[in-house]
Design a protein around this ligand. Sequence first.
Ligand code: NIG
Ligand code: FE
Length: 392
Amino acid sequence: MADAGPDGWGWIEDGAMLSQDGRLLWVGARADLPDDLAGTADHVQELAGAVITPGLIDCHTHLVYGGQRAHEFELRLKGVSYEEISRAGGGIRSSVTATREASEHQLYAQAAHRALALMAEGVTTLEVKSGYGLSLAAEAKMLRVARRLAELGLDVRTTYLGAHALPPEYQGRADDYIQAVCDWLPQLKREGLVDAVDAFCEGIGFTPAQTRRVFEAAQALGLPVKLHAEQLSDQGGTPLACEFGALSCDHLEYLSAEGIAAMKASGTVAVLLPGAYYFLRETKLPPVQALREAGVPLAIATDHNPGTSPTLSLLLMLNMACTQFRLTPEEALRGVTVNAARALGLRDRGQLVAGQRADFCLWDIEHPNELAYYFGRNPLRQVVRGGAPRGV
Ligand code: NIG
Ligand code: FE
């Protein structure tokens, strides 16, 4: 699979690729491979029968946290809502307590286990958010753990989500907490821990005015922004994020027509999260057809987190994006490759074209539509990252 051709998939039958120094040098039909280039290859591998796609990109996760929240799942099945659990002091706050208590070593061991599960399905680039620390020390701890996951053999992008929830010590002082979130950012950036800044703009999160302050702090430091937007209600977070040229707005079940127009104008990616939609038993669908008609790029991610999406399968999200959100299998695959890269501000990956990173997956399937077709089956044969085979 290469750049999208007229059939959308960019399908190349009997293809060939050349890579050099971790980048793709040439991609096309084997019959068209120029002799002079072919002659320079010092290593040739026959990949008979495999379908090749770009390495998969999970562009929205909360992979680092302590504890788990299965008891809240039980409560929700009995009829208590996610918002009620949150307002009663559970939800994100219970993960904050467990994350603060966990040592850096414990957090790393648990997060590494999760990252390996994603990698086993072909993930080569992973975004990880903070947001369960909610103090300078604990947010820094989470972000250091996230950065260290790169040792496992994948690229990690870190997102600062200090504005995820109000920590108990700031009860009744949300504006003061937002000031602290903004004040911590320069140090976290100096320590090389932040690639982007996110916030949770919601009735149980922060208001658009508070979100704006966080975005202004990010902008002042030249950091791109993203937003958990219109997940449980329409707060108008999306037009605000787009004012700041947001890389992505994520969730979007309650997105308005105004929000869609703003995303179109700012070139912001819509990151759809079918795991959270499913696990919260949400019934309001994100406006996929309107986003598609507006030409807003669609991405998909696991949103792995202990409260709303404890999944470790990006392939399952492809299937669910099709069955629940009516994406086509081709849109779903673009959603975890080229558009996921864009949601992270990365232009050097996500497509099999010359000049891109040589990150790709070999699958034991006949056509890429099978990646969205199966659920609970992993047809991955091999991963190549930066031109070198990786133990998956
Ligand atoms: O993406 N909505 C906010 N953040 C997460 C959930 C976090 C949690 O419940 O722990 C999400 O759904
Ligand atoms: Fe999330």
